[in-house]
Write a protein that binds this ligand. Structure first.
Ligand code: MRU
Length: 361
């Protein structure tokens, strides 16, 4: 994806210094475009936990690079393997819901041997592979999702209105995004699309990040409040809902940003297709259903305060009575029965154990 005409991924190695990982610090988007250097595994852990990087595929890739930095640090450590294993645990614990984190760290752990001199280069190569595969998966999701949008356009011959929740775009991944990949593919092919962007309280990933991405790519869009989707669906203003996933259980239950479930209920009630961009890295075959997925609860200040640009400065302001307690559940589970289909890198399937197993055989 391009920012001001320059191509960016969301994570990369610093030019001329392979020991520094660079990221786009998403906390300041869309107002400031900040590139941050990550030099230690603790830097990576903090960047994931505090959401400098976020989105299931991206935090997986970031953790893979974190393991590489850990191997660099461990070279001088007497207890080399212990250090690496502790780093792995730390990274996995940074955020609990997206399965991509453990998925990527475990792939790195499989390569750990006593041969500590060459381990950093092995883990770096593997992190680059995980990154590349993440991009390829999103691209494929775009290819498989495109006909769904094309189909609606051929039937209606009108602008295709797609509602999305949170940010499952290239900022949540490495490039293309999961939910947004079919949208970019349709737009680039000349199909008229318009995206309803849920603001996605409390961190406003929709209003801040999805809107920023779509704006940069020239895709028509409108930011709406989180509660507006149902109303738009009732009035024929939504042709399709397209979201991402942080973890999908093997029965097809989808865990995604808080509020997704309500959109799925409204879509069902209005006969609107509800699709999920679901790369393999976010499917957890070990879980029977979505209610086994740990739901992250974040700090109450994210609900009580809101951040934005004011007089040329990024500021945080208090929304609630100072003493009112707030609760901050970051994800919810959309039962498989409300999901029209999962768009994976291998094709589209129904959200069911049989269909997922068939696809992955
Ligand atoms: O808390 P976040 O911003 O890391 O949440 C993840 C998400 O952005 C979404 O839930 C997204 O739809 C899935 S990630 C492609």
């Amino acid at each position: 994806m391009k920012i001001n005409g320059k191509k960016f991924h969301t994570i990369w190695l610093k030019e001329n210094d392979e020991q520094i990982v660079q990221i786009i610090d998403q906390r300041f988007l869309p107002h400031e475009f900040v590139i941050e250097n990550l030099e230690t595994v603790d830097d990576v852990e903090r960047a994931i936990r505090e959401m400098h990087v976020r989105g299931a595929p991206l935090i997986g890739v970031a953790a893979a690079f974190g393991m590489y930095l850990s191997a660099l640090e461990a070279i001088d450590n007497q207890q080399f393997t212990k250090y690496i294993n502790e780093s792995a645990e730390k990274l996995k614990a940074a955020r609990p819901t997206a399965v991509n984190l453990a998925w990527a760290v475990d792939q790195q752990l499989e390569l750990v041997s006593e041969n500590y001199k060459i381990l950093p280069s092995i883990l770096l190569e593997n992190a680059e592979r995980i990154k590349k595969e993440s991009i390829d998966r999103c691209k494929k999701i775009g290819e498989f999702g495109l006909p769904l949008i094309e189909d609606i356009y051929q039937r209606t011959e009108q602008i295709v209105n797609i509602l999305t929740h949170c940010n499952a775009g290239w900022m949540a991944c490495i490039d293309y995004g999961t939910a947004t990949a079919p949208i970019y593919a349709a737009h680039d092919k000349g199909i008229p699309v318009h995206v309803w962007v849920d603001e996605t309280r409390p961190r406003n990933q929709g209003a801040r990040i999805t809107a920023f991405e779509l704006q940069e790519h020239g895709v028509p869009h409108t930011v709406i409040t989180d509660n507006a989707g149902g109303h738009l669906m009732q009035h024929g203003e939504v042709d399709m809902v397209l979201v991402g996933t942080d973890r999908t259980a093997r029965n097809g239950d989808v865990c995604n940003k808080i509020g997704t479930y309500l959109k799925a209920l409204a879509a069902k009630d209005n006969n609107i297709p509800f699709y999920v961009g679901a790369p393999t890295s976010s499917i957890d075959f070990s879980l029977k259903n979505g209610f086994e997925i740990p739901i992250e609860e974040r700090g109450e200040e994210e609900v009580k305060y809101i951040q934005g640009m004011c007089d040329g400065e990024i500021k945080k302001i208090l929304l609630t009575p100072k003493a009112s307690p707030a609760a901050n559940f970051a994800f919810d589970v959309t039962p498989a029965r409300l999901v029209t289909g999962l768009i994976t890198e291998f094709g589209i399937c129904k959200a069911s154990q049989e269909e997922l197993l068939r696809l992955y055989q």
